[in-house]
Design a protein around this ligand. Structure first.
Ligand SMILES: CC(C)(COP(=O)(O)OP(=O)(O)OC[C@H]1O[C@@H](n2cnc3c(N)ncnc32)[C@H](O)[C@@H]1OP(=O)(O)O)[C@@H](O)C(=O)NCCC(=O)NCCS
Length: 202
């Protein structure tokens, strides 16, 4: 995303303020529905000519399952879990494409507590095909997830990542996520997790 995106975000913040005052944001179901309608045909260009992100399609399920099995299985039955999240209506999934082929995905989960003034949402998963890593797809997905979260009225994004997953932590830190808590034996296979968060409107 270019630096110009920051001005877009400022406009988005003002729009969120208007939506809040109108009461629209008090209904999370309506919020998700509106988002899905808005991004269904949306296309966002990446920083390179070959890389872009688009909303998920039903036909992406196999790709998401395969990639989850490849990169997350060491932590537990994530192929099945991610597949289940994929089908949940309240999750928002984005697909990263390189030369128009899927190379990665990111999944934003439901609000942790829609009743709170400070809306928070969890980045459930992010993954890029091992052979396509270090090309910028992960960062592009993070940027787009953040934009979507902002447009949904989310103030705080949080995520869990394995304590030993230093490449992922480096990506999240570079996206200005802060580590806040170590959770022992968080994953089914026994690994510890680091809880990280980012306040989006700061
Ligand atoms: C974490 C992951 C999504 C990053 O995707 P990616 O497309 O490789 O990320 P990018 O190319 O956008 O890299 C962005 C930054 O992340 C950091 N980073 C990514 N991979 C790294 C690695 N192997 N070693 C060190 N830093 C790394 C770097 O700071 C990098 O910036 P730079 O290339 O300018 O140095 C990818 O490594 C992955 O899918 N891992 C397996 C699944 C996983 O662990 N997901 C996170 C669990 S929540």
């Amino acid at each position: 995303m270019s630096r110009g995106g920051r001005f877009g975000r400022y406009g988005e913040i003002k729009r969120i303020g208007r939506l809040r005052r109108s009461g629209f944001l008090s209904d999370p179901a309506a919020r998700f529905q509106s988002l899905k309608e808005r991004i269904r045909f949306g296309r966002k260009e990446g920083k390179g000519p070959q890389l872009r992100v688009r909303p998920v399609r039903q036909s992406d399920l196999h790709f998401v399952e395969e990639l989850s099995g490849k990169v997350f299985e060491v932590y537990g039955p994530y192929r099945q879990w991610v597949s289940r999240w994929f089908k949940v209506d309240s999750a928002v999934t984005l697909i990263a494409l390189h030369e128009e082929r899927p190379v990665g995905f990111a999944m934003l989960g439901r609000f942790s507590n829609p009743a709170q003034v400070l809306f928070s949402a969890e980045l459930l998963a992010i993954a890029v095909e091992p052979r396509k890593q270090r090309m910028g797809a992960g960062r592009l997905l993070m940027n787009e997830i953040e934009e979507i979260a902002l447009s949904l009225g989310v103030n705080r994004l949080f995520l869990h990542t394995a304590k030993d997953n230093l490449p992922a932590q480096k990506l999240f830190r570079s996206c200005l996520f802060t580590p806040s808590e170590l959770k022992r034996n968080f994953y089914p296979a026994g690994q510890d997790a680091l809880l990280m968060f980012k306040d989006l409107l700061l």
